[in-house]
Design a protein around this ligand. Structure first.
Ligand code: ZN
Length: 291
């Protein structure tokens, strides 16, 4: 008997998911898990709703509710839909549980301690009316290469070139049409190219075991500069593990990283010490639905 972790993608809780989404994120894994159970293997199929990031905040602002209220509502909608469709998750949780924060923090802190996270100042787009950062895909403008008027901040769909939002001609926010302000802001980056060799050989070793594994492009991508720009771990707060946010902004400055690690470690240990079964009921009520 084999022990198998089946890990479907986490649906985003900024709205109901339609049947096309479900056929993409849940159905293939559900079929795989059912087969493995029938074959006598021990399967753990785990997923949940992704409840962080700009799309949640944008939708919450549009509906005049808090991000938490919005995520609570769509978590329930998605759980009900997946249950009604008969998906066989062993655990369906959320990214807003204390356990999720603790694990995320631990990964962040370990990477930081081992030198795989570095900070860099780049030009970031800010919404002048809200003061919030605008992710690249929320900016639209004219492509500086081909002149296509609806190029996205990260890529032009007409000529296919990757873009930097600061290079767009007449950039505008897709949320409210205003012109973003570009300011130098500090971000944390994951040094993915540092893992290129080890991940590259792992991918090579898995070649032929399934689609998507062992593709030469994946290893090449890891080694290139795209590895750094595409895997930005932290962007102005909401990507920082929540516990680190609560530590306070001063501690997030690079010269005080040592302090951040010390404090964050204390917090991680504390959270781990609680154990999920001992979390306050209000944190678990509705968070974890066994489908
Ligand atoms: Zn273009």
């Amino acid at each position: 008997m084999r022990t198998i972790l089946s890990a479907p993608a986490w649906p985003y809780a900024n709205g109901p998911r339609h049947i096309g989404h479900v056929s993409g994120f849940a159905l293939p894994c559900d079929m795989f898990s059912r087969y493995q159970r029938m074959a006598g293997n021990r399967v753990l199929m785990v997923s949940g709703t992704d409840e962080h990031g700009t799309p949640i905040q944008v939708q919450a602002d549009a509906e005049g509710v808090s991000a938490r209220e919005l995520a609570d509502r769509y978590n329930r909608v998605i759980v009900n839909d997946l249950t009604s469709l008969g998906m066989t998750y062993d655990l369906f949780t959320r990214t807003t549980t204390l356990n999720h924060y603790a694990v995320t923090q631990e990964i962040f802190v370990r990477l930081l301690e081992n030198g795989y996270i570095f900070s860099k100042t780049t030009l970031g787009a800010i919404s002048p009316s809200t003061g919030r950062t605008l992710p690249d895909r929320y900016i639209e403008g004219t492509c500086p290469i081909c002149g296509y008027p609806s190029a996205r901040g990260d890529q032009c769909d007409n000529c296919g070139n990757q873009l930097d939002p600061a290079d767009l001609i007449n950039p505008r926010s897709k949320i409210n049409g205003e012109t973003p302000v570009f300011r130098e802001t500090e971000h944390y980056f994951l040094d993915l190219p540092a893992f290129a060799e080890v991940l590259g050989s792992w991918l090579q070793a898995k070649a032929g075991q399934g689609p998507g594994l062992g593709r030469a492009g994946a290893a090449r991508r890891l080694a290139g500069p795209a590895g750094q720009t595409h895997l930005r771990v932290v962007r102005r707060g909401h990507r920082v593990p929540v516990g680190l946010d609560r530590v306070g902004p001063a501690l997030r400055r690079p010269r005080r990283l040592a302090g951040l690690v010390a404090v964050a470690r204390g917090r991680v240990l504390l959270l781990h010490g609680q154990g999920q079964h001992r979390l306050p009921r209000r944190d678990l009520a509705g968070d974890v639905a066994r489908l």
